[in-house]
Design a protein around this ligand. Structure first.
Ligand code: ARG
Length: 402
């Protein structure tokens, strides 16, 4: 048997490589994708080989992640339950896709992931793999084995010469990539506790930011972020620069209780400096270029779109159908948005687009007003007609007295 195994270099997946090899008498190929989590990939590759993998595949997925997953989500203004920009939920389908591609390339029989049985990520990995490669078997050792605590895993690792990370890790579970960071566990499990300062990774403490306030200009083309302060930047650089800059103002922190797919509520603390300002700016540009009906309709489906990303249905038919609608709405979402950054706060201060539907003549209250006030009279007669009829009936039956 040949298994392609998702590998991060941490304790879980290192034990997993060994466990799978023994349990299935299998050849193990590890797969590690760089989504911008900031790990030393060469060190991870070498560690995978030392841990018993016959091959260790590592690749830089940052550009593909942004272009094929993050930008489509931005076009749809995807925030789960109104807040979470979905960085983890967007990353999993890509990792699953690469696992399947690598499995087919090497003629493997199965893929394996290190997700627990209590989380959303198992759903995203497995449904994505089912959509893309239903012929592959999916293994989830963490749901199966009896190494139910960290101590048992360490004991297992030490007995088999598997390297255990020496650094005393913070007591948090962290998932980071170029679109954001999620932090849970430790004292945050009590909903009343404020997240401790050492939990944050991408943002400075907004209470102690000393920077002068400044403005930035974000440029979009057909709904896709393309520039910062007038400089066209490749997608990876754009997000890296923006995360650094916006994060230095302590902007982009979120603390929420969310509903997981598997039924429970959990508390997650998120950071997404670039995500927060880009989503706000994109939404603002849409206000200027979309007609009212499209804008209202799009806002309604944004919630469904975010839910299905969260629920692991990225490669399913509904996401494709909604994406086609969303992409069509983005044809004129081109222009710039100005944002003022100050400690802990980003505020939109300007917007412009060659496709703006804002008409100065119609909008002004000063000289040059082109709005036809007289037309409002006829409009109100018809617009109010159902209510005039309703009001008459109310009076007749005595429900309302005026
Ligand atoms: N709750 C988020 C999601 O389901 C993030 C999951 C990973 N969180 C973590 N702290 N490791 O997408």
């Amino acid at each position: 048997m040949k298994i392609v195994c998702a590998y991060s270099g941490g304790l879980d997946t290192s034990v997993m490589v060994h466990w799978l090899k023994e349990r299935y008498d299998a050849e193990i190929i590890t797969y590690t994708g760089d989504l911008g989590q900031g790990d030393d990939l060469e060190a991870i590759r070498k560690k995978a080989l030392r841990t018993g993998a016959s091959r260790a595949v590592v690749d830089d997925l940052r550009e593909r992640f942004i272009e094929e997953f993050i930008w489509p989500a931005v076009k749809g203004n995807a925030r789960y339950e109104g807040t979470y920009p979905l960085h983890t939920a967007l990353g999993r389908p890509l990792l699953a896709q690469r696992l399947c591609e690598v499995a087919d390339e090497f003629g493997a029989d199965a893929i394996a992931h290190g997700c627990t049985g209590k989380g959303n990520d198992q759903v995203r990995f497995e449904v994505a793999a089912q959509c893309l490669a239903p012929h592959l078997q999916i293994l989830a050792p963490l749901r199966e084995w009896d190494l139910t605590t960290r101590e048992l895993e360490i004991e297992y690792a030490l007995a088999r010469n598997i390297e255990v990370p020496v650094t005393l890790e913070k007591p948090y579970s962290i998932d980071e990539n170029i679109w954001g960071c999620a932090i849970e566990c430790g004292e945050m499990e009590d909903l009343w506790n404020e997240p401790p300062e050492d939990a944050w990774r991408m943002t400075k403490d907004p209470r102690t930011v000393k920077l002068e306030s400044r403005e930035i200009v974000l440029g979009f083309e057909e709904g896709v972020p393309v520039s910062l302060d007038g400089r066209l930047l490749p997608s990876v650089l754009l997000l890296e620069e923006l995360n650094e800059l916006v994060g230095s103002y302590g902007i982009g922190r979120m603390d929420m209780v969310e509903n997981r797919v598997v039924g429970l509520k959990s508390r997650e603390v998120y950071e997404g400096p670039a995500a927060v300002v880009l989503l706000a700016a994109h939404e603002e540009l849409e206000r200027v270029v979309l007609d009212r009906a499209t804008s209202t309709y799009k806002r309604k489906i944004a919630n469904d779109f975010a839910n299905l990303i969260y629920d692991g249905l990225w490669f399913g038919p509904l996401r494709h159908a909604l994406q086609a609608f969303i992409d069509e709405t983005q044809r004129h979402v081109t222009g710039e948005v100005r944002v003022r950054l100050s400690a802990g706060r980003a505020m939109i201060t300007g917007r412009r687009s060659p496709f703006s539907l804002y008409d100065d003549g119609l909008a002004t209250y000063s000289k040059g007003d082109t709005f036809d006030r007289a037309a409002a009279e006829g409009f109100l007669k018809l617009y109010g007609l159902p209510y005039a009829t309703w009001g008459q009936v109310q009076r007749r039956i005595g429900e309302r007295e005026v």
